[in-house]
Ligand binder design. Structure first.
Ligand code: C5P
Length: 401
């Protein structure tokens, strides 16, 4: 079933009046909407308006005996496919970025396992403030998606700039993109999890063990899956390429962080593990290792968790699990062995020997390895590989159901 349950958090800003229209627009499109009205929000719109438009009780208090009895703040947070914060005030963003939970809205935001979409609204000076910038960056790194703010006139007389809440229909479009609900593509209503990029394993505070993965192929797959209608969570190691459109990004550095982020993003219908995860890490020295008379330090390497194999063993393993094999020799033979070892359904194998130019380049030559055999594709751009792979994933996922 397509995900359609929205929990709307209405923060305390003049833009709260637009949230009433947002409720209407969402309901028109068949979403069910429950709303939490913050104390600040209730200064701008009434609980009665919110209850009338949602057709549900307006949720307000953290310690409300009636609500705790028949809904409860944890269930309120969990019984949603998407949490929308609109208006997302500077205060709500700061609370969420720092994990504060001192009222119903902030507690629900911390307790939810659903993705969060924030529509910020505040005075341009507050939006530009270094503290808000830090909070927004941290929230993006934590996987919170944003729509807006837009530029325009402020409620304060004569002021204009970046800080207006996006219009309700723009927020609805972001909701539909996030949930894949409006899309009619082959992955509409499906949740897709993609890992991409390298991992960086610290040697000391200034040095890392890294690899040459650019994240191009994984990011292109994430974007193609979103275009196909899926709700995509992309868990990315450190990359310098732009964020793909329409996906929720969680940024990580190390393999262990990537594993935690992947586990937090489950369940998913399809898992695509395109990241070049470092096989080993060092213990990581707490201070910069100094050059000295003792000669170069020896680095003791420890094996990293295998994220793909770990997910493959879980009870809530995605129905279709795709691994990648970057090899410099015997590409197909190694991929066949990997399919069995990792417990995935499909391996996308490619030749990353230096003469192939695949690592960091724009083109790719891939072989699809399944239990049934090997299919080799002609050289294509990474964007075309992504598009073709996503069409194949949709077909395979359909077959497995
Ligand atoms: O064993 P190898 O690194 O070649 O396997 C590659 C596949 O396994 C890729 O899909 C990669 O994302 C995944 N992998 C992983 N965790 C690791 C190592 C690899 O998820 N620690």
């Amino acid at each position: 079933m397509t995900a359609r349950r929205i929990l709307l958090v209405i923060g305390g800003g003049i833009a709260a009046y637009k949230s009433l229209d947002l409720i209407r627009r969402l309901k028109e499109r068949g979403f069910s909407v429950r709303a939490i009205l913050t104390a600040g929000g209730a200064e701008f719109v009434t609980p009665l308006s919110v209850a009338t438009l949602t057709g549900e009780r307006c949720f307000r208090e953290l310690f409300d005996l009636t609500d705790e009895h028949d809904v409860g703040h944890i269930r309120l947070a969990r019984d949603a496919d998407l949490v929308v914060v609109a208006p997302a005030t500077a205060d709500l963003l700061a609370k969420l970025a720092n994990g504060l939970a001192n009222d119903l809205a902030s507690t629900a935001l911390l307790a939810t396992t659903a993705p969060i979409l924030a529509a910020p609204a505040m005075n341009p000076t507050m939006w530009a403030n270094a503290a808000t910038r830090r909070n927004v960056e941290r929230l993006k790194a934590d996987g919170v998606a944003f729509v807006g703010p837009a530029t325009g006139l402020m409620a304060e007389r004569g002021e204009s700039g970046l800080g207006r809440m996006s219009e309700p229909l723009d927020i609805v479009a972001a909701v539909e993109a996030r949930l894949g609900a409006g899309a009619s593509g082959p992955l509409a209503g499906k949740r897709v999890l993609v890992t991409s990029g390298p991992t960086h394993e610290p040697i000391d505070p200034v040095r890392v063990l890294a690899n040459r993965s650019s994240g191009r192929q994984g990011h292109a797959i994430a974007e193609a899956a979103a275009r196909a209608g899926a709700a995509v969570t992309l868990i990315s190691g450190p990359v310098v390429i732009p964020d793909p459109a329409g996906v929720t990004i969680v940024r990580v550095e190390t393999a262990r962080e990537m594993l935690l982020a992947v586990e937090a993003a489950l369940p998913a219908d399809i898992g695509v593990f395109a990241a070049a995860v470092a096989d080993w890490r060092t213990e990581g020295a707490p201070q910069k290792i100094k050059k000295g008379a003792g000669g170069p330090p020896s680095l003791a390497l420890v094996e990293n968790p295998d994220i793909l194999a770990t997910v493959a063993r879980r009870a809530d393993r995605p129905g279709l699990l795709v691994g990648f094999a970057a090899e410099t020799e015997n590409v197909v033979e190694h991929a066949k062995a990997k399919l069995a070892r990792k417990g995935c359904d499909l391996i996308v194998a490619n030749d990353v020997s230096p003469e192939s130019g695949v690592m960091g380049g724009d083109a790719n030559t891939v072989h699809l390895v399944t239990e049934d055999g090997v299919e080799s594709w002609p050289p294509m751009s990474k964007a075309d590989v992504a598009e073709t792979l996503v069409a194949r994933f949709a077909a395979l996922h359909g077959l497995k159901k």
